[in-house]
Design a protein around this ligand. Structure first.
Ligand SMILES: NC(=O)c1ccc[n+]([C@@H]2O[C@H](COP(=O)([O-])OP(=O)(O)OC[C@H]3O[C@@H](n4cnc5c(N)ncnc54)[C@H](OP(=O)(O)O)[C@@H]3O)[C@@H](O)[C@H]2O)c1
Length: 274
């Protein structure tokens, strides 16, 4: 990253000055703001006015690209069926916590994978998963066998690496694997191949990656379902808020050290007083 470049991030902000008809001063918009207090945005499909009273935190998590990622990855690729076993990694995180709940709503038996006993407790007690494996506690292969006695029909993968490999080793016949992210190797850039990919062949299974932004035109469909599920009390979301631009370093690092539960949000400015 060069001097003057801005770290990319989705944001919610208030319009304080406008030279285009699409946005009036005082409008609240979702946009690709980056980590900055003021940003100049164009009238394009990535900048959307939010009408009415706005829960800004929810707009950044469950009704933002995070909710859409969980929705499209789970429903389009995972396609969980009632009674099937679904596994979700980074299950206490922003995307994973929602993805697992969407699978529960579909009637599946949902098993999370997360780092540490406290996160596993939150995944089960707060996010309503059926159980959760602490991958830091030891033998993941044995734990998957114990938690998924009927093998794994759907795997929503946020992490890649050894966890992906272990779950591939436990796939059921005609399983679906949704490749959402590979956070275990973003810092190194070294993506080890999963030896257990041969199970895709042996189990007639499918593994598919996806980019949520490809589905931008379908976001209303996603938010329609997510809003309904939340209103019915079947979908909960959590956000962890950091204060100030300077805190963005800790906020970002927390995604890699696993410090976060739910969506990480950095508050970089105060709303303009009415
Ligand atoms: N495909 C798409 O369009 C799309 C869109 C948005 C995000 N994503 C991807 O979705 C994934 C989740 O993103 P998010 O924003 O929701 O983050 P998040 O899950 O809230 O936070 C990341 C979590 O990853 C886990 N983690 C970090 N390093 C790990 C490692 N070496 N091994 C195992 N787990 C590790 C940590 O949880 P533990 O403490 O449990 O380890 C951490 O809390 C990322 O891979 C991201 O790139 C994809």
């Amino acid at each position: 990253m060069g001097i003057g470049e801005v770290i990319r991030a989705a944001g919610v902000g208030e319009v304080v000055a406008s030279r285009c008809d699409a946005y009036a001063v005082g409008d609240v918009v979702t946009t690709l703001s980056g980590f900055q207090e003021y940003s100049i945005v164009k009238d394009d499909l990535f900048t959307t006015v939010i009408p009415g009273v706005v829960d800004q935190l929810a707009m950044l998590s469950v009704y933002g690209s995070t909710g859409a990622t969980a929705y499209f990855g789970m429903t389009d690729i995972g396609q969980p069926q009632a009674g099937e076993t679904v596994v979700v990694s980074a299950a206490a995180g922003a995307t994973g916590s929602l993805a697992g709940q969407i699978a529960k709503i579909a009637g599946a038996h949902v098993v999370g994978i997360a780092g540490g006993p406290e996160k596993c407790r939150v995944v089960v007690e707060d996010f309503g998963f059926d159980s959760c494996i602490d991958y830091q506690a030891g033998d993941l292969k044995a734990a998957l066998k114990e938690h998924c006695p009927k093998r794994v029909d759907v795997y929503f993968d946020n992490v890649g690496g050894p966890i992906l490999d272990a779950v591939l080793g436990r796939l059921a016949q005609k399983a679906r694997v949704a490749l959402c992210g590979v956070i275990s190797s973003y810092l190194t850039g070294d993506h080890p191949g999963p030896a257990n990919y041969v199970n895709l062949l042996a189990k007639s299974a499918r593994m598919q990656g996806f980019n949520t932004l490809d589905q931008w035109g379908r976001f209303e469909e996603a938010f329609g379902h997510l809003k309904q599920w939340e209103a019915e009390g079947r979908l909960v979301h959590r956000e962890q808020v950091f204060e100030g631009v300077a805190s963005s370093v800790d906020a970002l690092n927390g995604l890699f050290t696993g410090a976060n539960i739910g969506k990480t949000v950095v508050k970089v400015g105060e709303p303009t007083p009415a």
